[in-house]
Design a protein. Structure first.
Length: 286
């Protein structure tokens, strides 16, 4: 697994690809906007104009793109990855996508003698840069063991969850927890400001107590600096919440907290804030 293909050089993908290069892997890359990959190319990544061609060369293919429709097109379309990848190679989709799509890709890949894992991540741009992501894996354990060393470059909390689609279902659990938490930490800071407290001093008291969370420690300090740059885009969070709501509907499960968070973030998107980070939720209140 010394030669890896990486498709999708976004906020997180760029750091992930760089970490692989720093650990001695040859990385071949493709992304829709080549300029986003300039720094990787300068550092030695090999650029390909055609992602399907790239997929046919590498031992391991990693994809981290925007939406389930992108994943479906890349893997299942005519001339897509499952037609161009060599037998015995492995593909890992790290996009947050549909569990049902993950199962479909697995079945098609199995027939083509290609190993596939769904392995979405959590940890944002900070986790991607530091190689400390949480990685949630679905598929066959044997395939997972083949690429474990690669996962260990990208993350710290690496957990095999079960059959195909399990990684995506676990990521839905993650996003459901984050959605309501983001409302809570944002309202806490709004309250602190209205009460005339110094929010930075307040954080010193509450981040290490029972109220502590990743979002409180990593995103609220950005809010206090008026930094709304995306560690994770609002538009992608809305996509994730809608996948979770769709899956919940199939289970006949009501999730009012998630429904509220989705509506609040959609309000921000309607105001033109889709490309800001999720910490911009405070603008809903302001």
């Amino acid at each position: 697994m010394k030669e890896i293909g990486f498709v999708g050089i976004g906020v997180m993908g760029k750091s992930m690809a760089q970490n692989l290069m720093d650990h001695g892997y040859t990385v071949r890359i493709y992304t829709r906007t080549k300029k986003k990959a300039d720094s990787l190319i300068q550092n030695g990544a090999i650029w390909h104009d055609n992602p399907a061609e790239l997929a046919g060369i590498v031992d391991l293919l990693i994809t981290m793109v925007g939406y389930p429709t992108d994943v479906e097109d890349l893997y299942l379309s005519e001339g897509g990855f499952l037609e161009t990848m060599r037998k015995g190679t492995i593909a890992v989709d790290m996009t947050t996508s549909s569990p049902e799509l993950a199962k479909t890709i697995y079945k098609e890949a199995k027939a083509a003698e290609i190993g596939v894992l769904d392995a979405p991540v959590s940890g944002g741009d900070i986790g991607a840069k530091n190689g400390t992501l949480s990685i949630m894996i679905g598929g066959e354990r044997e395939v997972f063991e083949h690429v474990r060393a690669v996962f260990e470059v990208l993350g710290e909390n690496i957990v095999f969850q079960g059959e195909a689609g399990s990684g995506q279902h676990t990521k839905m659990v993650n996003q459901i927890a984050i959605a309501s938490n983001m409302i809570g930490v944002t309202e806490a800071i709004v309250y602190a400001e209205k009460a005339g407290l110094d929010p930075e001093t307040v954080l010193q008291s509450i981040t290490s107590g029972a109220a502590g969370s990743w979002s409180l420690s990593n995103l609220i300090p950005r809010v206090l600096q008026d930094d709304f740059s995306p560690g994770f885009f609002i538009k992608h969070f809305i996509k994730d919440m809608r996948i979770a709501l769709d899956e919940a509907a199939k289970m006949k499960l009501e999730l009012p907290g998630l429904e509220l968070a989705e509506k609040m973030y959609q309000t921000l998107a309607d105001r033109g804030l889709s490309d800001e980070g999720t910490q911009a939720l405070i603008k809903y209140y302001r």
